[in-house]
Design a protein around this ligand. Structure first.
Ligand SMILES: *Cc1c(COP(=O)(O)O)cnc(C)c1O
Length: 379
């Protein structure tokens, strides 16, 4: 495996992959086998043991991109998140989560944790001290997500990691929005990095997968539960993920550029209200974002359309109205009508999710074409 000092561009092509090349080919073959010869002894290879060649190749590549020792690929982001949480927590334990969480994570916590006797507290991630205040004797871990969905709030990763160290707690981050190209939380003291690979890692809106990358020891601990829950990824999809990962740096760089160009344009248009993008100098957490996102500020931004956001969205010709994010095509949603529809109007208002707010996931099209599309839809 190619580690550490090598550049991300080189890692995205070679890390993980080269161990499984065969017959002089330059790409990993697809190994669909669910049965392997075990005549010589050693660990049994089996898809649900997370150790077949295509799984190992992609897990190795994402681990390298995140500067982690090792990692596991799952069949979805939620499989990665819940398997990891349940591998670390037991009945009687307590955990602290940032309140601005991906909707699916929020829902899963509310539904699953109490049934297993695991308590948790949700805190505002804006001030790291809130995590410390919520710590109890039975607290085991702190969990953050930055930039957050949909208003791109920034949590100070280093500060939260430092609090956890002082209290002997594990730290987990959902790094989906940033992607491994822009932000590497392990370098900032985080223990476990989680991804919905369905987004930037897959990058083409055509597959579902997830990742947990961390130390060798914690990887073994996660795997011990993962083989029971069985959220493994099949060889064909893993192979596609590996293919996708070879262009992740190029894709995300273009997505970063497009988001920044669009955010800058939106600030100049008086038909637009607030613009949320951590790359803008006037974003309240711009300085922290700059320090912890050396690769760029990401392809996600949100903004308020002052008059009739629905009419604006329906007039877009290039930008597609679709949930999910991180694909090479630009997509837009209304959080109030989709991801946050289950919240009350007051709850939505409290977190900035107004009816006029739209969330844009920039693709890799030409920035000027995307801006032209926004202009014609506003007209
Ligand atoms: C999509 C998403 C998830 C869940 O991932 P799936 O692949 O849909 O299971 C988790 N966290 C974030 C931030 C996401 O965007």
């Amino acid at each position: 495996m190619i580690h550490g000092k090598t550049s991300k561009l080189t890692q995205s092509i070679h890390a993980g992959s080269h161990e499984y090349l065969a017959h002089g080919g330059v790409v990993t073959p697809i190994f669909p086998s669910s049965a392997y010869d075990n005549e010589g002894g050693g660990p049994l290879q089996y898809p649900r043991y997370f150790n077949i060649p295509n799984q190992r190749a992609v897990a190795g590549k994402v681990a390298a991109l995140e500067n982690a020792e090792a990692g596991v690929v799952f069949s979805s982001g939620m499989a990665a998140i819940l398997t990891t949480l349940f591998s670390l927590l037991k009945s009687g334990d307590h955990a602290v989560f940032q309140r601005d969480l991906y909707g699916g994570t929020h829902h899963a916590l509310a539904q699953e944790m109490p049934r297993f006797g695991i308590a948790y507290t949700l805190v505002d991630g804006a001030d790291p001290a809130n995590f410390e205040k919520a710590i109890r004797p039975e607290t085991r871990l702190l969990y953050i997500e930055t930039p957050s969905n949909p208003t791109l709030k920034i949590t100070d990763i280093r500060a939260v990691a430092a609090i956890a160290r002082r209290h002997g707690l594990l730290t987990l981050i959902d790094n989906t929005f940033a992607s491994p190209v822009n932000q590497n939380p392990i370098d900032l003291g985080i223990d476990i990095v989680l991804h919905s690979g369905t987004k930037y890692i897959g990058g083409h809106s055509d597959l579902c997968c997830g990742f947990a990358v961390t130390t060798q020891d914690l990887t073994q601990r996660i795997l011990a539960s993962a083989v029971n829950y069985g959220g493994s990824l099949d060889a064909h999809t893993a192979w596609l993920v590996e293919r996708s990962l070879k262009t992740i740096v190029l894709r995300v760089r273009q997505q970063n550029e497009n988001a920044l160009a669009i955010a800058r344009y939106l600030k100049t248009d008086d038909r637009i209200g607030r613009v949320y993008y951590p790359g803008l100098e006037d974003h309240p957490d711009h300085a922290i974002a700059k320090a912890q996102m050396p690769g760029g500020f990401g392809g996600m931004l949100s903004f308020e359309v002052k008059r009739d956001a629905q009419a604006f969205m329906s007039k877009l010709a290039l930008i597609q109205r679709a949930a999910s994010l991180g694909g090479i095509e630009s997509t837009i949603i209304s959080p109030a009508r989709t991801s946050h529809v289950k919240l009350s109007a007051d709850e939505r208002k409290a977190i900035g999710v107004t009816d006029g707010l739209v969330r844009l996931s920039t693709g890799i099209e030409e920035a000027g074409d995307l801006i032209d599309d926004i202009k014609q839809a506003l007209a």
